[in-house]
Design a protein around this ligand. Structure first.
Ligand code: ZN
Length: 298
């Protein structure tokens, strides 16, 4: 009887552990883990909260979206819409990206190293650490910036700059720069600084926003950009989201996508230790990919 109740409680504990993914290894099946994680982030479970002066939206009870009324392109007709758009871009990005990392997407199986990363990401998305997506305007030099939590208990954060995403000209230059460098007339400078910011030619408006959200979330795994060894974050975005947002030609993008997926499948590269991976990155000339993508950009 005692044995039986011990066994029952053990079973119960195991079921609980699997349901909350308290450890990456307890995820029984990756496909199921992805689906359950995504379902727990569905709109039906969103609840609106009010964090002080800034409105916020919490999804799945654990990811907070703050200050995103203008996301993505400053053209929302209601204050809530931007928050919901960001939540749906995030979930869409996680769906496509996690499936791809797990080898369940159209690009086929990658090296098991990336399945393990998919498990780590599911674990992170389900744990109790704070996760915040915060929109800012005209504050960064990038479309978005991710900060993995620096200490246990600290928040994982993503800053999304809706000025950069929209391709708006910054309002932070001085008048002489607008006049001499951007060739703007005085009335236009006045409009830009006091009315709606200008969207000038040559400044990119980011279109594949689910890809951008997934890109930022993969930084939470601790990867930074580099060309001295495999740039895991860039490789995932290029392989899992059909090339680069800066290239409009679909055929060229497909070529880059296949090359990125090929690198993610290479057994030599992913079973190597860090220092050998660095050597292989050079000897196999994989470092060229990023350079060529930049060259082919519109
Ligand atoms: Zn990045």
């Amino acid at each position: 009887m005692l044995l039986r109740s011990v066994r029952t409680s053990l079973y119960f504990i195991l079921v609980l552990a699997a349901a909350r993914f308290t450890h990456a290894d307890t995820i029984p099946d990756l496909g199921t883990g992805i689906q359950e994680t995504l379902q727990s982030l569905q709109p039906a479970e969103w609840n609106q909260i009010n964090a002080g002066r800034h409105p916020a939206l919490t999804i799945g009870g654990r990811i907070t979206i703050e200050g995103c009324q203008s996301y993505p392109y400053h053209d929302n007709n209601s204050e809530e819409l931007g928050f919901h758009r960001l939540a749906s871009d995030l979930v869409a990005g996680l769906q496509q990206g996690l499936q791809c990392m797990a080898g369940l997407g159209p690009m086929g199986r990658l090296h098991p190293y990336h399945e393990q990363n998919a498990r780590r990401l599911i674990y992170l998305l389900n744990d109790d650490s704070g996760k915040v997506l915060r929109c800012v305007e005209d504050r960064t030099f990038a479309y978005a910036v991710a900060h993995p939590a620096e200490a246990p208990g600290a928040d994982n954060e993503i800053l999304i700059d809706t000025y950069r995403i929209s391709g708006f000209l910054s309002r932070k230059f001085d008048r002489a720069t607008y006049r001499d460098f951007f060739n703007l007339s005085e009335p236009l400078i006045e409009d830009h600084l006091t009315g709606k910011p200008l969207h000038v030619d040559g400044m990119h408006r980011y279109r594949k926003l689910p890809a951008l959200m997934f890109h930022e979330v993969t930084h939470w795994l601790g990867y930074e950009h580099t060309n001295l060894t495999a740039d895991v974050v860039d490789l995932y975005e290029t392989c899992c989201f059909a090339g680069s947002d800066h290239i409009s030609d679909a055929a060229i993008n497909r070529g880059f996508q296949q090359r990125a997926c090929g690198i993610l499948k290479d057994p030599d590269l992913w079973q190597a230790n860090q220092s050998n991976r660095k050597k292989l990155w050079y000897s196999k000339r994989y470092y060229r990919l990023k350079r060529e993508i930049r060259k082919a950009s519109d």
